[in-house]
Every structure is written in C-alpha cells, then in structure tokens.
Design a protein around this ligand. Structure first.
Ligand code: SF4
Ligand code: SF4
Length: 472
C-alpha cells in the first residue's frame, strides 16, 4: 500500500507505514548500535529516511542525543553558515469558509473582526513593511471563494511588487493560501511568487477530518495532494509544515518526512522549506484544549532531527515562538525567521484597535525588526534580506543541486552582507548600524574567493552611495 511515488495521499502518506515506523523507532530507541549507524549515515549529509530519522527522534540514550544535537548544529553551519534570512507575514483577509477548530478564522467564529484589505490598504501596509526594512513577505489569506478569489490574491501580489517606496522594495512574495487547482497554481507561478506554502496541519487522516469538520479543507486527499498540483502548475518551490500540538508529534514527524520523500520521488525535488509552528493561544482558541502539545525540549529535538534528515531544506520559525525558544533552535537548524510580525489583517501601518482584534494567533516574540536584527548580530548571526535565487532562476531542482553541492554558499554569504548593508544604511537604529558595520567588516574575510571579495567590497561602497539591489 505504501508507495512514495503514488499520487494518492493515502499511499504516499500511508497510515500503516507510519504506525510501523513508530513501532520500529520505539523498539530501537535504546539500540546504540543502530543509532550509531544512523548517525554515521547522517554525517554523509545526504539525509535520512523517515524510518531512520524517527529512530533518532525516539532515541533515549543521553550521549547519543548529544551527538544528534552536535551533528544538527554542524550540518546547519555547513549548509547555512551563520546566516538567518528574515521575512514578515502579511495577512490580506481573514474571511474563511472552513471550520478548522484550532484557528480563530473558522467560519463559525462570529465575534472576531472580519477584514479584507483593499488595494490601497495593501499599499499602505507594504510601505510600512518596506520602511521597516523587509524585502521578503509571506502573504496569507483564509479560504473564501467569494471574498478572496484567486483574482484578489493575484491583484494583491501585483500591487505588492509594484510599490517602490524610497529605497524599499518587496523582492519576493511567498504565498500561503488554501489548496487550490493546477490552473490557479499556474496563475500564481506566472505572477512571480517565491515559495508556495501550505501547512498540512496534521498527517493523521482521522484527526485531520475531525479538526476540519466543515468546508473544502475537510477533504484530506485534496489538501495533502496540493503540492503535487502546485508543482504541476509550475511552482518549483513548495513549503511544508505541520501544526505541532494537534496530533502526536512522532506521527507528524514521520508524515512530514514521508511527504518530503514523496516530492523528491515524484518531482525530483524535495520541499524548499519546512515550518515548525506550535499551536498558540488565539481568540476563541485555547491551546490546552489540544492535548498533544510539545515542550521546549521536544521542540528542539524535532528541529535537530529535521535538520539532519533533510539538510538542504530551509527551516522556518515564526514569532509564535518566544525569543528564548527561537534562540534555542536557531543553531540547531533554523535558517529563516520572521521579525516584527503582525498576525492581524493589516496592523503594520497602524496598530489595530484592541476591540477590533483580527489576529490569527498571539505573537510571542513582539520585538521590532530592528531589535531582532540587533539580537541576531549580537549572537554572531548575519541577518540576511537576500531574495536572489528565484530572481536569478535558481529554483526547484536547479536550486537543490546547488544546495547539495554546497555551491549555493558562494552566493548566500555575499548576498547576506550586501542586503544587510542596505538595511543598515536605510533603516537601522544607530546602535544596530554600528554593530552591523563591524560584523560586515569581519565577515568579508569569510568570503573564500578573493575576486568575489573585491566585487563585494566595491558593491558595499556603492550601497553606501545610494545604489541598491546587487546580487550573486
Ligand atoms: S487555518 Fe486557514 S483555512 Fe482554517 S480557519 Fe484558519 S484561515 Fe481558514
Ligand atoms: S542566495 Fe538563494 S539560498 Fe542563499 S540566501 Fe539568497 S535566496 Fe536564499
């Protein structure tokens, strides 16, 4: 029944295969010999199967767990260096016809403020985001064919890309909207989106159907097969994720990796990113009603094991997580974070009045983008606003080839320094600017090729004098 190459959800995410994987992991959680073999394989940096990675996740041997963490940290350094890419979410509309029981936008929630931005409002929000320094957005909208049809989403994307305020520009729009048709995915592709993101929420079909009692999202197969349709529609980069806390995390972990294996088997390219959200408090939603919540230690272990299992897949953590929790997982594998986020519809240009709460969840990390940038740099990370790859046509399998051969780093590092310089010159506070300039000076020496270093020095100087948007 289990077949990673099948296009049927229940075959590539086979419930039986997950149960047997969990049993195998449970049986071997103290099997030092097998765990050693898996760690050795992981050191080759070619990834692990869902079964192997599940054994590591289940491992109860303290010394082996320390090895797992150390390896995750090393892989993170090898593939991503000390760079962290920044983005912000932008909620376009919270009208939604679905009944997801964990989300305040569910159709039966009659007291939440419903909003849909006009193009003028989108413009104002994007200017506010540009004025913060953001270059990369993830747009979000509920599923509502009347209020948020694909034409509305496309119009918003067009508006976002068209705005050039002062030195600002949004250079990459990632899209997180409901599962849709191949035809609609093609339209998104043609609109020049970056990654198409869709969280599975849970891979457990029975739970999925209970958690999504009404609306089109109730259809497990249609939702689970969405990435195949997106790829058929020409979208090369897709982002997976589950909402940890809804189901047993070990089940979700195995399902997530099986999904990644399926994409690789069918399309020759795995997911571009994996997000690891945990359920949060929100209007009408109490996270304690979900009894599969995971603690910080388990969360860190999940991040480390994903890092080892799919080394070339970016990993995202949002402001759902607190500063402390983000700090803990950054070095274990996270490559992208949001900063200065608002999870309401609008709210960047003007804060939302309290009585009009339209948020999808409560933000844990409420710092400004400038504070986040300073914090990252003070820990030795290079905040990056790079969006170069898809603009240079480095997407899908082309991108993965560069990642797997580690050549991508020849682009990532200089791009990080140049986009950070833009941020420092245009948006940073004095304190952040000072720290950032020192960091850039130091990091220039980590560009291995002298020729490239010379070009970067020249371009950094041009940025100082007003030129923008250099990239490798
Ligand atoms: S999770 Fe998405 S589909 Fe479900 S209610 Fe919220 S906005 Fe709608
Ligand atoms: S060069 Fe590509 S992979 Fe590297 S940070 Fe930029 S967009 Fe990401």
């Amino acid at each position: 029944m289990y077949n990673p190459k099948s296009l049927k959800a229940e075959e590539f995410i086979s419930h039986e295969e997950i149960l047997s994987t969990l049993q195998y992991a449970e049986d071997n959680k103290n099997n030092a010999k097998l765990i050693d073999e898996i760690i050795e394989k992981a050191k080759l940096r070619k990834g692990l199967s869902h079964r192997e990675a599940s054994v590591l996740l289940a491992c109860e041997l303290e010394d082996k767990n320390q090895e797992i963490y150390a390896l995750a940290e090393q892989i993170k350094k090898d593939f991503y260096g000390n760079r962290i890419v920044l983005f912000a979410p932008l909620y376009l509309s919270n009208y939604c016809v679905n009944g997801c029981v964990y989300c305040p936008y569910h159709a039966k929630n009659k007291h939440i403020a419903r909003k849909k931005m006009t193009q003028d409002e989108v413009r104002r929000e994007v200017i506010a985001l540009q004025d913060m320094g953001h270059k990369r957005l993830a747009i979000e909208a509920g599923e509502d064919p009347v209020n948020n049809p694909i034409e509305y989403i496309l119009e918003c994307i067009k508006t976002i890309y068209s705005i050039k305020h002062k030195n600002g520009a949004i250079r990459r729009v990632n899209v997180n909207i409901a599962a849709t048709t191949v035809e609609n995915y093609r339209k998104l592709h043609e609109a020049g989106i970056g990654t198409y993101i869709l969280f599975q929420e849970t891979y457990h079909k029975e739970s999925y159907e209970k958690l999504h009692p009404t609306g089109p999202k109730h259809n497990y197969a249609y939702h689970t097969e969405a990435m195949d349709r997106a790829m058929e529609g020409g979208i090369d980069d897709v982002g997976l994720g589950v909402l940890f806390g809804l189901e047993m995390y070990k089940y979700e972990f195995a399902g997530l990796l099986m999904h990644a294996e399926h994409l690789e088997a069918v399309h020759g390219v795995g997911p571009h990113t994996i997000s690891v959200p945990r359920i949060r408090h929100a209007d009408d939603i109490d996270p304690s009603a979900f009894d599969n919540g995971i603690d910080d230690d388990t969360f860190a272990k999940i991040v480390a094991c994903i890092r080892i299992a799919v080394p070339y897949t970016g990993m995202i953590v949002s402001t759902r997580e607190s500063q402390a929790s983000r700090e803990r997982v950054l070095h274990l594998g996270i490559s992208q974070i949001s900063g200065g986020s608002k999870t309401s519809v609008g709210g960047y240009a003007e804060p939302e009045p309290e009585e009009e709460n339209s948020s999808q969840f409560d933000v844990s990390d409420t710092r400004t983008l400038d504070e986040v940038i300073y914090w990252l740099m003070s820990m030795g990370y290079i905040p990056s606003f790079c969006t170069a790859c898809y603009r240079e046509g480095r997407t899908g399998d082309r991108f993965m080839e560069l990642c797997k051969s580690k050549q991508i780093q020849n682009c990532c590092h200089p791009n990080a320094l140049m986009t950070l310089k833009e941020y420092l010159v245009d948006y940073a506070s004095e304190k952040t600017k000072k720290l950032g300039m020192e960091l850039i000076k130091k990091e220039l020496y980590n560009i291995p090729k002298e020729k490239v270093r010379e070009v970067v020095v020249e371009r950094l100087d041009k940025i100082e004098h007003g030129e923008r948007d250099f990239r490798f």
